[in-house]
Design a protein around this ligand. Structure first.
Ligand SMILES: [Zn+2]
Length: 628
């Protein structure tokens, strides 16, 4: 209802929210001593950062950078205001960068050293500071292969005229373009000055310009404190298109119109989200559509979601991804996992919240289809990882491992289903109040799983005498017995069609023309894996799957085709898809299927051509998979 209010009532509502939030200060603001003490707690130890926040913590960053597209490097100064616990050494995270000098308090050059390179974590930058130091300025240069940054040649963009750059910070890559205390448990505000070639527009996870200026120097401000993995930049020939008072799209000129159409419901999603779980605290919500090599579906950089163009299907059928990234404005960006072992706190809540937004806009049936597809993903991941494997626990132990190893459907779907199981027990009304309160009480804070459990027990489990087996869900393997079962009439119909028609050779389906993407996905995923080549060819002829404009449908069809051998007839379509798209969600199952079916030659043939188009995040996973 909020979206039909006029501006005056919006202002009054904002003031009321502001008053409300200044009066419920929880947790009580901490003094410096307890802040330092908090970082010394064992379960807050971040094994993916070298930083020493119990001694000295970054609080605000003034970033001054210049981008060189020819050399593919970025030169800059990262000047930090710090909170100093009488420390004599401050440690930052860095990765493949050169440090030129370090200045304390604006004028005092100091000693520093870069420690040995750790393959997973990069290098610690140890800076000698004084007990009275309050500012540390680091002069540095990135390397052309900094894994956070993907420098694209014009050929790799949609319009093929200008180069493009984008960053991907999560999980621990920001340290490769900004020396920082790169832990999700440490929050900073930032200002930035960015110099780019004059024909390009830079945007960041901050207050952004809407158009190019004629001198190529831009300033940015992020006044809310965020963890470093959410500092982000994209630079390209970008245009802006408004889709509402608070929302808009950045994209290359040729993509803008279709993107504006695809994401037209974004502001409605924002209002639905606010109605569910409280005010949006980041001012604007914009989306930038990146070139296809972006390794993820989306990245929830605050104020500016980074999105893959593979969700532009032409029919708004894949926009749950926008609801997902938007939901992160609460779960993840407002309330953040303290370490990557607690990643499910970010993603489980976000998937749950995403489906609630989609339900508010498009109805329960739509959300149920999403939940069922999600459950299928969860089952597949549990099968793949191993039913009793510790990586199927919600709380992970990633010490000594790649932080990205936690990015499986366990965090996303098992996390969401855990919350659904709680909702099922106490009813939606009480559960919504609990979540809304949880976000508001922990806003701009970080939480460990153990801290969450203490809160959950007090405010839900004990309060309503629930019998949920928290141990099984959080510290146990696989899918717990009390996992809710979601049903969808539409999916049940498809199951019947597969059993009663497809399996009997009747391949034409009467009402298929009105099916949604989700129904098609369910259909393809549930076709018998051993369909014979004639049937596959006939299905291809009737439904044109490998010519679909929808990346999800393409990926599902290609995977099935590889498994049953049909792929030899559509090799060029598969190759073209895998060469153009760098989204890891699609690459992993397709390359895995080729590997398992024994056609490593074809997998490597594609990968040899495609590798340079992929972001480092995808390259790292695929190199491992294909043993390169
Ligand atoms: Zn997410």
């Amino acid at each position: 209802m909020i979206h039909i209010f006029n501006t005056a009532s919006k202002i009054i509502i904002s003031i009321l929210f502001a008053l409300l939030f200044t009066h419920c200060q929880y947790p009580i603001p901490m003094n410096n001593e307890s802040i330092f003490a908090q970082y010394a707690k064992p379960d807050r130890k971040d094994h993916h950062s070298f930083a020493n926040p119990s001694e000295a913590i970054t609080k605000h960053l003034d970033l001054d950078i210049k981008l060189d597209f020819e050399k593919k490097i970025l030169t800059g100064i990262a000047k930090y205001n710090i909170l100093n616990n009488n420390a004599t050494e401050m440690i930052f995270d860095t990765r493949s960068m050169t440090i030129d000098k370090v200045i304390l308090d604006d004028n005092d050059e100091t000693i520093f050293s870069l420690g040995a390179n750790n393959e997973l974590l990069g290098q610690p930058l140890k800076v000698t500071i004084k007990k009275t130091t309050t500012k540390v300025s680091i002069y540095y240069k990135t390397s052309p292969d900094a894994p956070a940054l993907q420098w694209l040649d014009p050929q790799q963009t949609a319009d093929k005229k200008h180069p493009f750059l984008f960053s991907q910070g999560q999980a621990i890559l920001t340290r490769s373009w900004i020396p920082c205390q790169d832990s999700p448990g440490i929050r900073i505000t930032y200002d930035a000055k960015v110099e780019v070639p004059k024909d390009l527009l830079p945007v960041m996870s901050a207050e952004n310009p809407f158009e190019k200026n004629d001198h190529g120097v831009y300033t940015f401000k992020m006044k809310q404190a965020i963890p470093p993995y959410l500092i982000a930049i994209a630079v390209g020939d970008l245009s802006f298109g408004s889709i509402g008072e608070q929302c808009g799209i950045y994209a290359e000129p040729s993509v803008l119109e279709s993107a504006v159409y695809e994401f037209a419901d974004t502001e409605k999603m924002l209002h639905a989200a606010e109605k569910l779980y409280g005010p949006y605290l980041w001012d604007r919500y914009d989306i930038i559509v990146l070139p296809p090599s972006f390794p993820f579906g989306g990245m929830e950089n605050p104020r500016l979601t980074f999105a893959t163009p593979t969700i532009i299907a032409g029919d708004r059928s894949l926009t749950s991804l926008v609801a997902h990234e938007l939901a992160h404005s609460w779960s993840g960006n407002l309330v953040t996992n303290a370490t990557w072992n607690d990643f499910w706190l970010n993603e489980g809540f976000t998937v749950y919240f995403e489906r609630r937004i989609m339900e508010a806009l498009y109805g329960a049936d739509y959300a149920n289809m999403l939940a069922m597809l999600g459950f299928q993903d969860l089952e597949a991941d549990v099968e793949h990882i191993g039913h009793s494997h510790a990586d199927t626990h919600l709380k992970l132990d990633l010490k000594g491992r790649d932080a990205d190893d936690g990015m499986t459907d366990i965090a996303y779907e098992k996390g969401a289903y855990f919350l659904m199981s709680l909702e099922a027990q106490i009813g939606r009304e009480k559960f919504d109040l609990f979540i809304k309160d949880y976000f508001s009480k922990h806003r701009f804070q970080t939480l460990t799983t153990d801290e969450f459990i203490v809160y959950l027990k007090e405010h839900l489990i004990e309060k309503y005498h629930l019998e949920t087996d928290i141990e099984a869900w959080i510290y146990g393997p696989g899918i717990p017995e009390d996992c809710p079962v979601v049903v969808s009439d539409k999916f049940s119909k498809i199951n019947n069609i597969i059993t009663n028609k497809i399996k009997k050779g009747q391949l034409k389906i009467d009402d298929a023309s009105v099916w949604t993407t989700h129904e098609w996905l369910h259909f393809i995923r549930h076709l018998p894996q051993d369909l014979n080549p004639e049937t596959m060819a006939e299905l291809e002829k009737i439904y044109g799957f490998s010519k679909s404009g929808n990346a999800e449908i393409l990926a599902a069809w290609f995977e099935l085709s590889i498994i049953n051998g049909h792929y030899v007839k559509i090799k060029s379509e598969i190759k073209s898809f895998l060469t153009q798209v760098g989204r890891r969600k699609f690459l992993t199952p397709l390359y895995t299927a080729l590997k398992e079916e024994g056609d490593m030659a074809f997998a490597k043939e594609i990968y040899t051509d495609a590798r340079e188009n992929y972001h480092a995040v995808s390259v790292q996973t695929m190199d491992k998979l294909l043993e390169i």
